[in-house]
Design a protein around this ligand. Structure first.
Ligand SMILES: Cc1cc2nc3c(=O)[nH]c(=O)nc-3n(C[C@H](O)[C@H](O)[C@H](O)COP(=O)(O)O)c2cc1C
Length: 219
């Protein structure tokens, strides 16, 4: 039993070290098809109300990266007709640099008993699992969105349908240079305990600050 706990804690310790790794810090090789398949299996294991799978990924393979770079360069020029050569090169690099590049598309179903916000949450949970799986397999990964994700011409070029949203691009690769360590996060920032309201008969003054929720149980 103790060994099982040690194993679980070691797995969790690995997960707690996850950081997003900028494309500049990534190098080849990225995950091959078998690893990418595993990563997507993990994404598909995320909680998903109604098993709607309200998301999909578009893989941009090596042979198509130049064409994608042209699309991103044109998008940059639409947004900023005065963009410098350096800006345009940077736009192209979004397509050319990552060893593996995925578009993450959210496709919520309208007129469905599962509310839209839950479908977006399910898509976000899948994204989290995807990034965690890449990390646990030893790769660096990051999700980046930006204004390009709202450009209707680019969306049409990528065949993102009108009822879908391009949430962002996921870069995955080997880690050439580790990301700086994460700032420590404290569960107390997100953790409180509920205390029922006092009945009106009890004359205790109402508290307005957040502590009225009872504070968090970590203290
Ligand atoms: C949907 C989504 C879109 C994001 N888009 C951007 C972006 O365009 N630019 C950016 O710098 N970070 C973006 N981020 C944040 C990074 O992916 C990353 O989470 C953040 O830099 C924090 O790093 P960490 O994951 O190591 O904590 C986005 C995150 C999510 C979930």
């Amino acid at each position: 039993m103790d060994r099982e706990i040690d194993h679980a804690e070691a797995l969790l310790a690995g997960l707690l070290e996850r950081r997003s790794v900028s494309p500049k810090r990534l190098c080849a090789p990225g995950p091959g098809l078998d690893k990418l398949d595993l990563i997507l299996q993990a994404a598909l294991r995320a909680p998903d109300h109604g098993a709607l799978q309200p998301w999909r990924v578009i893989e941009f393979r090596a042979d198509e990266r130049d064409a994608l770079a042209n699309c991103l360069e044109q998008e940059k020029l639409r947004r900023d007709p005065l963009a410098s050569d350096k800006d345009l090169q940077r736009a192209r690099e979004h397509a050319l640099r990552p060893p593996v590049l995925l578009g993450f598309v959210v496709m919520p179903r309208e007129r469905c008993k599962v509310p839209l916000r839950e479908q977006w949450l399910a898509a976000g949970a899948a994204l989290g699992n995807l990034l965690n799986a890449a990390h646990l397999l030893g790769f660096g990964a990051i999700m980046l969105s930006g204004e390009r994700c709202f450009d209707t011409v680019l969306l049409r070029q990528l065949r993102v349908q009108p009822h879908e949203s391009l949430a962002g691009f996921i870069s995955i690769g080997s880690i050439a240079q580790a990301a700086p360590p994460a700032r420590p996060v404290l569960p107390a920032q997100v953790w409180s305990c509920w205390i029922p309201e006092l009945p009106p008969s009890s004359a205790a003054p109402a508290q307005e600050n957040h502590d009225a929720d009872g504070g968090h149980p970590g203290t």
